[in-house]
Design a protein around this ligand. Sequence first.
Ligand code: ADP
Length: 190
Amino acid sequence: MTIIIFGPPGCGKGTQSILIAEKYNLKHISTGDLLRKEIEDETEFGKTVKSYIAEGKLVPDEVIIGMLMNAFEKNADQHYGIILDGFPRTTAQAEALEINLTARSKKTNILLDLQVETNELLNRLLYRGANSGRVDDNLETIKKRLQVYEEKTLPVKDFYKKLQKYAAIEGMGEIDEIFTSICNAIDAAI
Ligand code: ADP
């Protein structure tokens, strides 16, 4: 089973992914978390990607696709499948993902599009920035990330709509209510 959680920065992808991973016994792969770990560990890879993240830009496709394929290899068989959080973020990433899954006789079951109003996103990210210390949760970088989302990431929706693997989820409201909608969409897609 392969589930994609999708939506703008601050829409709640991380929070919902943890709940989904637990309920459906999926491996949670967050590209943002993987990148931050590399930076924290001061690896060569971390040094390469650091400035992109701090500036709110996307890490180049070939770099992120390579990282994701490595993550796929690691202890994948202990789980029933994966929940992808933060990937794909461009159409090229979506194409690479589907080609890779097909080669393993797998496929994406559904892309869950968490929909949240822009004002609410700004509030959540500014609040998170004050508490998490994430270098990219400041007003200037948040605006840049939202712009990158509109320009580069939004087309990924159409890619999965065409494949009829798309579900819109109301992302405003209580965490458990949103999770219930997500579970309904997943159950209908598996
Ligand atoms: P958010 O969803 O709040 O923007 P993430 O933790 O998912 O945060 O990502 C943080 C940053 O990591 C992004 O702004 C980007 O620089 C980089 N990143 C994460 N995933 C990808 C990806 N699939 N492609 C390119 N860059 C990525």
